[in-house]
Design a binder for this molecule. Structure first.
Ligand code: ZN
Ligand code: ZN
Length: 253
């Protein structure tokens, strides 16, 4: 899965899972092309499409890879490791395109007319959420983020408040909703969210629509729908649209 937005010839891509390959194959514009690849973190399910992104191998293309790291060099080293000779036949140093690495923390920056903002996620290891605003349209991408259930622990309560502030008024909130209420109980602290906690944040943020994301690979469609039902039951707000995320779907904001 990946998510992309087109900002005046600059393409913003959010994460680089297996969907990145098909997205790359669907882009037929004449090179040179410029891609901004914004990574939430470096867990496998968010980077494994990178070696299969064909635009890496096109001369004069430019790809800027953003990610949460202490230095630009640290991102390069992770990519170098991922494409090391034990894992992949082509070295990161043999790419024909020009690749740059940009370490980000919590910040906002502009890509042409798009405002890109990040927020630290509640997930194992350095992880960020992204918000992209273009004109009066906005999407928030929170693929891996644990919103704890309502809690008296101020630190846990703060997570929900921070995410709601970050997502305030978004047209589309793509958010981790991996667990049912029952499965969450045995996975507290694993860095993923269940429906009721997400519903509270979506209502607080007054987003237009929510895509429930990061389905468990163990869940079939019925289990995913059941998690969505739990989310709707907890939401109690008919003005907010929602559905489980599906591969290959386009949303016009
Ligand atoms: Zn993760
Ligand atoms: Zn993940």
């Amino acid at each position: 899965m990946h998510h992309s937005a087109d900002a005046g010839g600059h393409r913003i891509i959010l994460d680089a899972g297996t969907g990145l390959r098909l997205f790359g194959n669907s882009v037929h514009a004449t090179p040179p092309l410029l891609f901004h690849l914004c990574l939430s973190h470096f867990h496998w399910d968010h980077i494994q499409g990178i070696p299969f992104f064909k635009h890496l191998y096109v001369p004069n293309n430019e790809i800027i890879i953003y990610g949460p790291a202490d230095s630009d060099e640290a991102i390069y080293e992770r990519m170098q490791g991922q494409m090391g000779s034990d894992y992949f036949p082509i070295s990161i140093d043999a790419l024909q395109s020009s690749v740059r690495y940009v370490a980000i923390g919590e910040k906002s920056f502009d890509i042409l007319n798009a405002r890109v903002s990040t927020l630290r996620a509640n997930h194992p290891g350095p992880t960020v959420l992204y918000r992209v605003d273009v004109g009066d349209k906005s999407v928030v991408f929170a693929p891996d983020n644990e919103i704890p259930p309502p809690s008296t622990d101020p630190e846990l309560a703060d997570v929900a408040r921070r995410v709601a502030d970050f997502a305030q008024g978004a047209d589309l909130l793509i958010h981790d909703c991996m667990y049912s209420a029952a499965s969450y109980e045995s996975h507290r602290g694993w860095g993923h969210t269940a429906g009721a906690a997400l519903a509270a944040v979506a209502a607080e943020a007054q987003v237009q629509r929510v895509l429930l994301f990061h389905h468990s690979p163990d869940d079939d469609d019925g289990a995913v729908e059941a998690i969505h039902d739990e989310f709707r039951t907890a939401l109690r707000d008919d003005t907010i649209g929602s559905e489980p995320a599906r591969e290959g779907v386009c949303y016009a904001l």
